[in-house]
Design a protein around this ligand. Structure first.
Ligand code: FMN
Length: 200
């Protein structure tokens, strides 16, 4: 089994989402000591936004790319290769201003490539990242689960399903900014949700 952990919190040691995602990874590794493990920390290695240069590079045939264009495409290629190789993807995802961190959006933009991770057929779009399990550890200062203010979960489900990532388990730690008791309750609940997700 190959595990890929995606870290998107801007915080390092204090990050709840990273800690929860790391716990999921540790549990998976305990269950399968042979498992290999890669971490992609999107703050340690920030991925560039899509801009006109990136689009120009992506839409230029490989053999016609300048060295600069080839280098830009290679950055995305590296992330695509990583997720293609993974059997399990574990993401730590804080809520930032009701959405996902920009670093995670850049990662999603990089791995979403027509003809590679999805394609269009006569029947519509088809995701090409099939057969993988995805765990998402979501952390929030407030409580937004199942409310219209939660733009993260509908977005992540939509884009992941589009890419063929359909086996998704969500773990929520909410109310982390609502006092010490609420924080403790949220974290305890998240660990219970992890138990349930791993048992499923
Ligand atoms: C820039 C920023 C924006 C945030 N926006 C929200 C928000 O919109 N809603 C919310 O519930 N919490 C928000 N929070 C709180 C974080 O979601 C919370 O602190 C969470 O634990 C961060 O994840 P981490 O512990 O992995 O760093 C925000 C925090 C930061 C730093």
């Amino acid at each position: 089994m190959k595990i890929l952990q995606i870290t998107s919190s801007a915080r390092r040691d204090a990050s709840h989402s990273t800690r929860l995602a790391s716990h999921i990874v540790q549990r998976l590794r305990n269950a399968d000591p042979e498992a290999t493990f890669t971490v992609r920390d999107l703050n340690l290695t920030p991925h560039p936004v899509i801009d006109e240069i990136a689009l120009g590079a992506l839409f230029t045939p490989a053999e016609q790319r300048t060295p600069e264009q080839a280098a830009r495409v290679a950055l995305d290629d590296a992330l695509i290769t990583e997720i293609q190789a993974a059997d399990v993807v574990v993401l730590g995802v804080p809520m930032y201003n009701f959405g996902v961190p920009a670093s995670l959006k850049n990662w999603i933009d990089a791995i979403s490539r027509v003809g590679v991770t999805f394609r269009y057929t006569e029947k519509g779009p088809e995701g090409l990242l099939k057969g993988k399990k995805v765990y998402v550890a979501l952390t929030r200062g407030g409580k937004y689960r199942n409310s219209p203010a939660d733009t993260q979960v509908p977005y992540l489900k939509t884009v992941f399903n589009f890419l063929g990532l359909t086996h998704i388990s969500l773990v929520y730690a909410e109310g982390l900014a609502m006092g010490a008791d609420a924080e403790q309750t949220a974290i305890a609940s998240a660990y219970e949700q992890i138990d349930e997700a791993l048992a499923a």
